[in-house]
Design a binder for this molecule. Structure first.
Ligand SMILES: [Zn+2]
Ligand SMILES: [Zn+2]
Length: 338
């Protein structure tokens, strides 16, 4: 089959790769319909995130079940599914406490990083990491369910309540999904983004159907200071800025992954303003079915501005500003195997 494989030089190349088979009794092989390019994939290529050379990349995928192992009961060939790429072992101390998202046996099980992923015609996973889609949910929407699961986890960690103001820092795909989910929880959302082109893309997404509940701002807009009952840093390097956005008793959630970021906080400010700084990570797999249900209510397909076949992977990654100083020309980019 065709697949995008990570090279030693941290590029991807289109390769002929063995098609996976359902070798274990609980294996399911899925024919991939589409796979979103995540910020993590981009980070691997620009050297900000580790991954194993030779791996098939990609983890935000939807498709159709092709083949099932002898013990699989939850799925049959032809089922339309979304993959949950956050694997866990089920037996380590974290997993036994139900904290599957903090499984300590992640090595070798990170889909698209050190376990073959979904920038390919087929992917194989254990059945518990596949979820059947509602009949009326199009793949174009379902391909954004995995980022929505991350957003939902972080919104719940911030304890967003109806009537509150949420500041979402960063107008990339994750920021936009957070904004959609937060307004669905009844919040007024202020979304910040420095890049003028992405600001415009964000405004287009929220121009219809949102009744002004989500507005887009430049990060230094004075109107933002002290506004956020909840502030979500989707970039991972904006903690100081986000503390300034927080209202009294505000909850600041660090969501973006950035291994290079550090920040200076003033402990006195934290206690005098009653602030909370919260880290929640990606999501517990228990939350994934709820993200699928939530997706029924959100026009997630509007995020996808570009679709490319696997062959055009260079153009696909170029649209995501892979080189420093180049602006983004896309919001969410999706790769299609055929
Ligand atoms: Zn992702
Ligand atoms: Zn575990």
């Amino acid at each position: 089959m065709k697949a995008l494989v990570l090279t030693e030089a941290r590029t991807v190349s289109l390769a002929d790769h063995p098609k996976p088979a359902a070798t274990a009794p609980t294996d399911v092989v899925v024919r991939v319909a589409q796979t979103g390019i995540c910020g993590t994939d981009r980070s691997v290529l620009v050297g900000k995130f580790p991954a194993e050379p030779g791996v098939v990349m990609g983890h935000e995928a939807v498709g159709t079940v092709e083949e099932v192992g002898s013990a699989v009961t939850a799925h049959k060939p032809g089922d339309r599914v979304v993959i949950n790429p956050t694997l866990y072992c089920g037996g380590c101390p974290s997993c036994l406490r139900g904290h599957w998202d903090f499984c300590v046996n992640k090595a070798g099980t990170e889909v698209g990083l050190d376990l073959d992923g979904a920038f390919a015609e087929y992917i194989r996973l254990p059945e518990r990491f596949l979820h059947t889609l509602p009949e009326d949910m199009h793949f174009d929407r379902a391909v954004v369910v995995e980022p929505l699961a991350c957003a939902l986890n972080n919104i719940e960690a911030g304890r967003v309540r109806a009537g509150e103001t949420v500041v979402v820092a960063g107008g990339g795909p994750v920021g936009v999904v957070c904004a959609m989910a937060a307004q669905h929880h009844g919040a007024r959302v202020l979304l910040t983004e420095p890049d003028p082109y992405r600001q415009e893309l964000c405004r287009e997404v929220f121009a219809r159907d949102f009744g002004g509940r989500v507005t887009v701002h430049t990060p230094d807009a004075p109107a933002l200071a002290g506004q956020g009952d909840v502030v979500i840093d989707t970039v991972g390097s904006l903690l100081e800025q986000c503390l300034a956005y927080a209202a009294v008793r505000g909850r600041v959630v660090i969501m973006g992954y950035n291994s290079n970021a550090s920040a200076t906080v003033r402990p006195l400010e934290i206690l005098q303003r009653g602030l909370q700084i919260i880290g929640a990570g990606d999501y517990n797999s228990r939350l994934f079915p709820r993200a699928i249900e939530l997706a029924r209510w959100l026009p997630l397909e509007r995020l996808v501005t570009h679709r490319f076949p696997l062959e055009q992977h260079e153009a696909a990654f170029a649209a995501l500003a892979a080189a420093p100083g180049t602006p983004y020309s896309a919001l969410k980019v999706v790769l299609v195997p055929e």
